[in-house]
Structures are given as C-alpha cells and as structure tokens.
Ligand binder design. Structure first.
Ligand code: BGP
Length: 465
C-alpha cells in the first residue's frame, strides 16, 4: 500500500508569465518580465511571454485536459499587473474576471486551486518607483493581496504569498540575470527584507479575513553536499546552507535571521535595515504551511578563485562556466552525479533529506511539494511525445516523498512542474517540463505526452504508480 495520506493532493503547477501570454490585453499593465524580455540578449533566443502558450485564451481547453487527467489541485500564479496595472490603485476588472473564470472552471471540475500571489512578475510601474528596494512596494503588495482575498477568498482555500525569494532576489540583484538586473549584495539584502515584511503583512491581512483556508510561502529546497571531507569544503557547505537556505527560511518560519550571518551582513554593509517591529511582525505571522520546490542538489567546494555566476541556459551539457562567490563557496560537478542537459543533478534522495532537514530545523510544519520536475528536450517518436526520462524522474521523486512521509513528515500534496510545456524564464521553450506538449509549429496545439497517461495512473492509484 502506498503511504500517502487519504487527503493527500495530486496536483501540478504553472506560473502566470510562463503560460498566459496576452501580456498587454484587456487592460493588463506590463510586468518587469515583459519589459526585461524585450531587451535583446536577456533570455535564450530572445523569447518573451507576449503569447507564451496562450493559456489566457485557452484555459478552458487546458482545464479540460487537467480534468481528464484526474488532477486534484492546480497551482497557478496571479499576474499582479493584470489586476492592478499600476501596481496599486485602479483595479482592472477584466483581469479580475479572468482569474475568477479560471477558478470557477477549476472548481466545476473538482480541481482545487492553489494561488501563488507573486511569481516574479512585479508591475513595471512599481519597479520604476524602486521595486523591492522600496518599502512602499511591500505596502502595495498587501493592497494587491487584499484585493485577491476579497475577490477569490470565497472559493480558494490554499494561498502562497511568494515563490522562491532566493531566485528573484538573488538573480535580480546579485547575478543580474533577472530583472531589475542589478549586481549589488547590499541592495539584494535590503530588497529581500522588504519581501519578508510584505509576506508577513499579507499573512496578517489574510488572518483578518474570514477565509476558511491556509496561507504559506514557497521556497527553493536545495540540499548542499561537500565535494570532499576537507575542512575547507565542509566550511564552504555550511556557508552555502546559511546563505542559500537558512537566510530564506528562518525569517519566515522562525521570525529571525540566522544570527551569525546577520552580524556579518550588518557589519559589512549595514543591511538589512529593519524598522522596529519588523521581526515581531514576522514572528507573529508565521505560515500555515511551507511549499518546497525541489529539482536538484548542489555539490559544494571552497572557492579561493574569483566570483563567477554563469549558468547553462542552452541545454548543451557543460557549456557554461562556474557558479560561485569569491572566498565563500562554489558549486561544482559531482563526479558520480547524473545530470540533465542543463547540468542539474538528478538526486531523488535529496527530496527525502531536504524534507527531513526542514522538519528537524523548523518542527512539524505542514509541507506541500509545490514544484518538482525534469527539464528536457522531449523526443517525438511516430508523432507521440515519449518522455520516459520524465516518468523515471517523477517516479523516483514520488518514492523519495513516500520515504519522507514514512519517516514522519507531514507532506500534504505534490505539484509536479509543470502541467503543460511553458516558457522557461531564461531558457526559452526548448527546456520542456510538461505533461502536455505544446506544438509551436501548429498554432500551439496541445498534445498529451506519455507522462500524462502515467501521471493519470499515479493519481487514480493514489501514488502506487
Ligand atoms: C523554479 C521556478 C519556476 C520554473 C522552474 C524551472 O525556480 O519557480 O517558475 O521556471 O524553476 O526552472 P527553469 O525554467 O529555469 O528550468
């Protein structure tokens, strides 16, 4: 018998900018990703989300495919500038209606919506006023969150405030590969603090509604393993844990920054500057659940060399240089590792270990696996998309999840990334994740992949596979 609890949810995930398209239709304002991706050279092959996979116009067709698959829950994000084109103030009712119709269509098919309020597409109008570096953006976020609660809270029970702060802040303000494309650690730390404050304020606002539901936060789960047992590599790994993991979980789940690191950042850069009451606000407004996005682990070594933040966006193996920070740590190839074409190590055990790490450090917080999946160039054989490597990847990770549950973790749902092939932020359309294939040569026609039927069985058998 599978070890999944009776009410465990089998879901799948997407995000607004990656699927919707209609980037300037029906009164929508531009997001930072609309503007950034129109600048040549920022994304792989200059792809942008103007059309994406046209989910905005085809959501009924997509939901019919979800229903046929037996999907129990769908995690999607709301585009903030579709609801509030200027980030605050005037409401775009056509945008509100789109998500309302989407939610109704999901519920009519017995699919529970899970909303992510912020999956990176900040209104450009707010970026022009300072973006996350400005505390006013946190206030605007709460206005936006309240609007969503008011319009959808009667029908939606599961909410997440932010998706992966480390990614949009780290790449937005340190590596510069995401908008607003800054390279400044001090500015990153301050912007990140405002995100944490925005999260806590939005949780507080949620608890002041009468919504019968739960609110959480979605983080990257990325275990780190030292390359060798040398003191230097172990110290580098501990540092990677503190910087990449604890910094992003502790404020949300404990209401405090990791102490040592906080002392260092304040000594070096004088940040984060907290207003009185910020940490109490975080402590008093902790999440009902934590969402974990798990794809890979990183092998870590000491880095006596220079800072280099390259990544493989082409899908050509080992085509990019190193990723690491001078004097701190670097991510290196695991000589025994199995890797994807984008050089992400496939390591299912990391899902079990990561969940158990969360449980050990933060106690018994309910967990959803809000993303997990394989980015690949799927082969087409006789007109069928035969994505066996994806099936293998997901099967191994479901086993790993089952192990964590058997070890006492409170995991309540699994949302593979992604329901449908979509636009990968920096990697274009070549990096496919979906159960459903989108044919870009045939007017974006949808086609069920082999993994679609496989996951249909997983759901029907409640994880027996
Ligand atoms: C996560 C994001 C998703 C998705 C996924 C795969 O970090 O939350 O939006 O993009 O990663 O990443 P990529 O598209 O870079 O392969």
């Amino acid at each position: 018998m599978a070890a999944f609890p009776d009410n465990f949810l089998w879901g799948a995930a997407t995000a607004a900018w990656q699927v919707e398209g209609a980037h300037d239709e029906d009164g929508k304002g531009l997001s930072i990703w609309d503007v950034f991706s129109h600048q040549p050279g920022t994304t792989y092959q200059d792809t942008n989300g103007d059309v994406a996979v046209d989910h905005y116009h085809r959501f009924r067709e997509d939901i019919a495919l979800m229903a046929e698959m037996g999907l129990q829950s769908y995690r999607f994000s709301i585009s903030w500038p579709r609801l509030l084109p200027a980030g605050r103030g005037e409401v775009n009712e056509a945008g509100v209606a789109f998500y309302s119709d989407l939610i109704d269509a999901l519920l009519a098919n017995n699919i529970e919506p899970m909303i992510t309020l912020y999956h990176w597409d900040l209104p450009q109008a707010l970026q022009d006023e300072g973006g996350w570096e400005s505390r006013a953006t946190a206030t605007a976020f709460v206005e936006y969150a309240r609007l969503c609660y008011a319009r959808y809270g009667d029908r939606v029970k599961r909410w997440a405030t932010f998706n992966e702060t480390i990614v949009f802040i780290g790449h937005g303000y340190i590596t510069g590969s995401h908008p607003p494309s800054v390279n400044n650690t001090a500015r990153a730390i301050q912007a990140c603090h405002h995100v944490f404050v925005a999260h806590a304020l939005a949780v507080q606002a949620f608890r002041n509604t009468d919504i019968q539901g739960e609110i959480g936060f979605v983080n990257v789960l990325q275990p780190h393993t030292p390359l060798t047992q040398s003191a230097e590599d172990i110290a580098a790994t501990e540092l990677a844990d503190a910087i990449h993991t604890h910094w992003f979980y502790d404020p949300i789940l404990k209401g405090a920054y990791p102490e040592e690191l906080l002392e260092q950042t304040q000594r070096l850069w004088g940040v984060p500057q907290c207003e009185p009451g910020d940490m109490a606000l975080l402590r008093d407004n902790r999440c009902d659940f934590i969402g974990l996005n798990y794809y890979r682990r990183e092998t870590v070594a000491a880095n006596p060399g220079e800072t280099s933040t390259q990544a493989n966006h082409s899908g050509e193996r080992q085509s990019a240089g190193e990723f690491g920070f001078k004097g701190l740590f670097k991510f290196v190839r695991n000589p025994q590792g199995v890797y994807t074409d984008w050089d992400w190590e496939i390591w299912p055990q990391g899902l079990t270990d990561g969940i158990m790490m969360i449980k050990a450090r933060y106690g018994d917080i309910p967990i959803y696996i809000t993303e997990n999946g394989l980015g690949a160039k799927d082969p087409i054989v006789d007109g069928e998309v035969v994505d066996d490597p994806r099936i293998d990847y997901l099967r191994m990770h479901i086993d790993a999840l089952e192990n964590a549950i058997a070890m006492g973790a409170d995991v309540r749902g699994y949302y593979p990334w992604s329901f449908i092939d979509l636009l990968s932020w920096l990697n274009g359309y070549k990096k496919q994740y979906g159960f459903v294939y989108v044919d870009h040569t045939q007017n974006l026609a949808r086609k069920r992949k082999k993994s679609y039927y496989w996951y249909q069985n997983v759901i029907a058998s409640h994880g027996e596979q």
